[in-house]
Design a protein around this ligand. Structure first.
Ligand SMILES: [Fe+2]
Ligand SMILES: [Fe+2]
Length: 136
């Protein structure tokens, strides 16, 4: 999954975190393709889990800080990511299939393009917000 400029919300910090999230997922797919050991793959799944956890907490903190009305539903959506990730854990010890990782990546992309875009637009409408928005 290649990052495209059209995926950007226009908030630099968040866009960088999203690129990193997709890179973590792509590394798992790359490791499967290279037939790396399950322990190496598990390590990459852990790296994705840690980064996703950081990223979701970062987003939820921003939403709380600026009173985003859909915070609770968005946080539940983040929780569902970890349920999906648990399926990867279970498979990794046997044989992790690329399509399972791809499904998780598709979920992330869909979340970025729909749910995250929505709070991004909300944040960018707040007067005087200090986040860099990528605008000149
Ligand atoms: Fe996000
Ligand atoms: Fe999100």
């Amino acid at each position: 999954m290649q990052w495209q400029p059209s995926y950007a919300l226009g908030i630099d910090e968040i866009d960088q975190q999203h690129q990193k999230l997709l890179t973590h997922a792509a590394e798992i797919i790359g490791a499967i393709q290279q037939e790396q050991s399950w322990s190496d793959i598990y390590y990459l799944i852990e790296a994705l889990r840690k980064f996703a956890s950081f990223h979701f907490q970062f987003e939820e903190a921003l939403m709380r800080m600026f009173g985003y009305p859909e915070h609770d539903g968005h946080a539940r959506s983040h929780e569902s990511f970890f349920t999906r990730l648990a399926a990867l854990d279970r498979q990794a010890i046997h044989k992790l299939e690329i399509n399972v990782v791809q499904m998780l990546t598709d979920w992330v992309m869909n979340h970025i393009l729909c749910s995250d875009r929505d709070y991004g637009e909300y944040l960018k409408r707040i007067p005087g917000i200090s986040l860099r928005t990528g605008r000149a």
